[in-house]
Design a protein around this ligand. Structure first.
Ligand code: HEC
Length: 193
């Protein structure tokens, strides 16, 4: 909407200048035509005038045009910065989850039935910190049943991750996906290594 406003703002002085120029130049041109003589001084003066007017015209029209382009550009910019804010605002555990866990447990933490257990709505996730941290630090194998589905897979140890990253990813899971539990601190993780 603002784009059209600025475009109109540019067109009004632009169009009036063109009309003004036409009326100013036309009689001169016609007279010269009829006189059929070349007046160097007058032509130069006229040229100077028209160059000056053209500069004013370009300046007047380019400002609103630039503004209208700038505005539409700004919209994308603000979208971009919104995305950046979203990225910054993201839970630090989300990045870790995507990097280390998503491949098996899936983006929405719903897992793959019979292969990778869901971490959403999972009692182990919102349960005892010690057991949960232990799973991530030591990995896991053997038969388990989650929400009526049996899993008998192997999950590797994530002991090589820093304490804070393990705490972040567990807090991310414990504070969302239908889970709700108190947070895990890097000290908790350190104490269980
Ligand atoms: C290579 C696939 C894979 C990746 C990657 C993976 N897991 Fe697992 N995870 C499994 C499997 C398979 C099991 C079930 C093991 C079993 O059957 O005993 C499991 C089980 C779990 C459990 C226990 C669930 C329960 O109900 O007992 C938790 C908690 C868990 N994973 C968390 C994580 C976290 C956190 C990450 C990322 C840091 C992660 N997993 C990455 C495959 C994976």
């Amino acid at each position: 909407m603002e784009r059209f406003f600025f475009l109109a703002l540019g067109l009004v002085p632009g169009v009036s200048l063109v009309i003004y120029l036409f009326y100013k130049m036309a009689p001169g041109l016609m007279i010269r035509e009829s006189r059929k003589q070349f007046d160097m001084e007058e032509t130069l003066q006229q040229l100077q005038n028209s160059i000056f007017l053209m500069i004013v015209f370009v300046a007047l029209i380019s400002f609103p045009l630039l503004m209208s382009c700038g505005l539409s550009g700004n919209k994308n910019e603000s979208n971009k910065s919104l995305k950046t804010v979203e990225l910054i605002d993201k839970h630090p555990g989300e990045i870790m989850y995507k990097r280390h866990c998503l491949a098996c447990h899936q983006r929405d933490a719903s897992g793959i039935p019979g292969m990778y257990p869901p971490l959403a709505n999972n009692k182990v996730i919102s349960g005892d910190k010690v057991e949960l941290i232990g799973i991530v630090l030591n990995g896991m194998s053997g038969e388990i049943e989650v929400n009526g589905e049996v899993y008998n897979g192997i999950m590797a140890s994530y002991r090589n991750l820093p304490d804070k990253e393990i705490a972040d990813v567990l807090n991310y899971l414990r504070s969302g996906f239908g889970n709700s539990a108190d947070s895990v601190t890097p000290e908790d993780v350190k104490g269980l290594r």
